[in-house]
Design a protein around this ligand. Structure first.
Ligand SMILES: [Zn+2]
Length: 386
């Protein structure tokens, strides 16, 4: 078995085994930067050497072992049902929350951004820029108030991910969303990486004192800026703003997880936001990848793929040996996949019973909630360009 061979059923769970990709350096951003820098010399040399037939071993080291019996949704289903697939990573973007009714604050229809114009924002995303926030936090808290009191329920896409967990197949769920609907759907905290942070906790920008959700909510709903009780610093929810680092947990988990991934499912993400978008290239070379999205995403040019730039992105053409796209509505895709896996009725029943429970319990508890509660807040907005 080569270093990039897929795992057998028996060799999972040990981070020290030898089936991993080359280890990921502690800082993923540094890693990506280094890979881009290396492209200049090494990748071009390798590409040319391969094309000129200088090195036989290049072919074998860059080719992927094919584990799918067919490169199609059915092939993916067969792989997931097989004994060899047991560590699925899901990556999700705003598309999994769309049907929950969470507004995009940049969309003209919601009028949210329009309402913020009185604050003279230089541009919509300034509301999530840390330097702007330090000078003028008011627009952010006004937006948070607008988006707080919704009645958002997790979507079938969220519950599909929970089903993967209940089937013992979910290694980790990485989300770009800050709407907390994964928690609400019952995906356990240890299975969850909120790559762009969360509203559940807040910190003082100056002394880093931690504050619970209730503290911030109380201020937001009385139109006050939450100020630290021990220093004059502003208290900011722990969502990641432009100009801030991604959560430590994100860095830590991705080092551990991706080398063990044997199936990657990307849901409702345009894969345009870094570094999240590059995660698709951190799985082993043979690892099947399924995109469930309205349109193709994450596809990089064939030339860059040959050069090995960040793994080359998804390959969604006839030559693909492991990448499959299920285009269309995200919830339809999740239900379709569940149906094919034989879990269709289970997913429908889970959605129905959980929605009924949430309706019964009320969506916005008066004493705004515990960590296990369900807190509808905001939408996906932070972006981190390389
Ligand atoms: Zn403070």
């Amino acid at each position: 078995m080569s270093a990039n061979s897929p795992p057998g059923k028996s060799d999972g769970g040990d981070p020290q085994d030898n089936r991993s990709l080359p280890s990921v350096p502690p800082n993923a951003m540094e890693n990506l930067g280094a890979r881009i820098r290396d492209l200049d010399v090494d990748s071009i040399r390798r590409y040319l050497a391969q094309k000129l037939g200088f090195y036989d071993q290049i072919e074998s080291s860059t080719s992927s072992e094919k584990v799918l019996d067919e490169v199609s949704l059915e092939g993916i289903v067969n792989w997931i049902k097989s004994e060899r697939c047991k560590n699925i990573i899901t990556l999700a973007g705003a598309g999994i929350s769309t049907s929950a009714g969470i507004p995009d604050f940049r969309s003209p229809e919601t009028g949210l951004y329009h309402n913020l114009q009185k604050y003279d924002l230089p541009e919509p995303q300034a509301i999530f820029e840390i330097n702007f926030f330090r000078q003028n936090p008011k627009p952010f808290f006004m937006l948070a108030k607008e988006l707080y009191p919704g009645s958002f329920k997790p979507t079938p896409s969220h519950y599909f991910i929970r089903l993967l967990h209940e089937k013992g197949l979910l290694l980790r769920h990485y989300t770009q969303n800050i709407d907390t609907l994964e928690r609400c759907a019952g995906i356990p905290e240890e299975k969850l990486v909120e790559a762009h942070g969360t509203f559940y906790t807040s910190h003082c920008l100056d002394c880093r004192k931690e504050y619970p959700l209730e503290f911030v909510k109380e201020h937001i709903f009385t139109d006050q800026i939450p100020i630290c009780t021990v220093c004059p610093g502003i208290v900011k929810p722990d969502i990641v703003f432009f100009g801030e680092s991604l959560p430590e947990r994100f860095q830590r988990c991705l080092q551990e997880d991706f080398q063990h991934c044997d199936m990657l499912i990307i849901m409702g993400s345009s894969l345009e936001v870094q570094p999240f978008a590059s995660l698709i290239d951190m799985v082993p070379d043979w690892c099947p990848r399924l995109l469930i999205n309205r349109e193709k995403a994450g596809v990089r040019s064939p030339l860059l793929r040959l050069w090995g730039v960040m793994g080359g992105g998804l390959q969604l053409d006839d030559d693909s040996v492991r990448d499959v796209a299920r285009l269309g509505d995200c919830d339809d895709g999740a239900q379709d996949l569940a149906d094919r896996l034989g879990w269709g009725d289970e997913l429908r029943a889970l959605v129905a019973s959980e929605h009924e429970r949430l309706d019964r319990e009320g969506r916005v508890p008066a004493a705004f909630p515990s960590r296990s509660g369900c807190t509808p807040v905001s939408t996906t907005l932070t972006e981190h360009k390389l």
